[in-house]
Design a protein around this ligand. Structure first.
Ligand code: GTQ
Ligand code: FE2
Length: 364
């Protein structure tokens, strides 16, 4: 039984909370545990989108939905079911499958969010980035940094598929999104006499670093706009020959500064040796994986995700992630790590023991 004093206090507390709400004030002591969590509590969940599901849907979109002003882009965004309908792969990263049909042009525009493209399949397409036509072939990485004009042009009769990664959710969180259509003339920027200007300017320059040793930050993006798969692979082969680790990691860096390719986004390739399993690692910050070649599975917080070429999956901040390859696998990896590093809050933790698998993800 409460005595009169307790009842009085209870009553006064109730009215305090009512009056605080009416005054648009929120007492921290009632919400502190959901705000200041011991470790990150991302709303996004570990998830996988299979190529088997995505590609037929992309083909139907190619048939039914033309790419032109109004539509602009034929892009299927990875919508994480944990994010309550927001169209993001994880809290800080946009990930998507973009496709271009025969001889289509996705019109030029520019925006404050920066983007990277990792080519999965097709040929005869280039992305023009501020006047530089960057040819796209499978395994190539093409950058369209913040506020650079960009359009995509197909010069052939086939279809083209690539992965888009953007920092859109971060720029949205900063209320910093600006977008402009290209003033023309024409939907695309004029095709220059020669393609791949930035690539020629940086011929032979160092553009990779073994993952995890880089320590440079830059508020500027790389001035090299395309990174060729042949070069990436050469670097993976070279590093692979020097170690016997289950996983070899190459990060794409700016030849100018050695920093991440964009101020907000880091791109890497993780090569997992056939029959080997990497140690579980947690990282503060979110990650999107795109399977380029090979097959295997990843365990993320105890859940196993089986994957093959063209599949995309995500590991939210601080989830424990380990990869195992059946055949040697090359995973393209997009992360927000440069932002956490710039803010001095980057951290990783390597776990000693493999995780017990408690669930197997059921792909849709
Ligand atoms: O190709 O310009 O996936 O503006 C999302 C927004 C791709 C693009 C996306 C974009 C683009
Ligand atoms: Fe764009």
């Amino acid at each position: 039984m409460m005595n009169t004093d307790d009842l009085d206090t209870e009553h006064r507390l109730d009215s305090l909370y009512k009056d605080l709400a009416a005054a648009d004030l929120r007492p921290l002591w009632t919400i502190t545990e959901q705000l200041l969590t011991p470790t990150p509590k991302p709303k996004a969940v570990p998830w996988l989108w299979s190529a088997r599901t995505m590609k037929p849907l992309a083909r139907r979109a190619i048939d039914l939905v033309p790419v032109e002003r109004g539509g602009e882009r034929r892009v299927l965004s990875l919508q994480n079911p944990g994010l309550g309908g927001r169209p993001y792969a994880v809290g800080t990263l946009w990930g998507a499958l973009q496709c271009l049909g025969p001889r289509e042009v996705a019109p030029a525009h520019r925006h404050t969010p920066g983007a990277v493209r990792f080519v999965l399949e097709g040929e005869g397409v280039w992305t023009t980035v501020n006047g530089d036509a960057c040819d796209m072939r499978p395994g190539d990485l093409v950058l369209t940094p913040s506020m650079n004009w960009h359009d995509h042009t197909s010069s052939v009769d086939g279809e083209m598929f690539w992965f888009d990664g953007l920092d859109l959710p971060m720029i949205e969180a900063l209320d910093g999104v600006f977008f402009e259509e290209y003033p023309g003339p024409g939907q695309a920027q004029p095709e220059p006499a020669e393609h791949n200007t930035s690539e020629r300017a940086h011929a032979g320059a160092s553009r990779y670093t073994p993952g995890s040793v880089r320590d440079h930050l830059s508020p500027r993006h790389s001035s090299l706009l395309n990174y060729r798969w042949a070069d990436t692979e050469k670097e993976l082969d070279r590093l692979g020959a020097q170690s016997d680790e289950p996983l070899v990691e190459v990060e794409y860096v700016s030849p100018d500064t050695g920093a991440s390719v964009l101020p907000t986004l880091a791109c890497a390739v993780h090569r997992v040796r056939a029959g080997r399993r990497s140690k579980p690692v947690r990282r503060a910050g979110n990650t999107v994986y795109v399977v380029f070649r090979g097959s295997g599975s990843s365990v993320i917080d105890g859940q196993r995700f089986d994957w093959g070429p063209g599949d995309m999956f995500v590991a939210p901040s601080w989830s424990a992630v380990e990869h195992a390859a059946q055949e040697r696998a090359d995973l393209f990896v997009l992360s927000d790590e440069p932002v956490l590093r710039a803010l001095g809050i980057a951290r990783t933790e390597v776990l000693d023991a493999p995780q017990p698998v408690t669930r197997v993800f059921d792909p849709r």
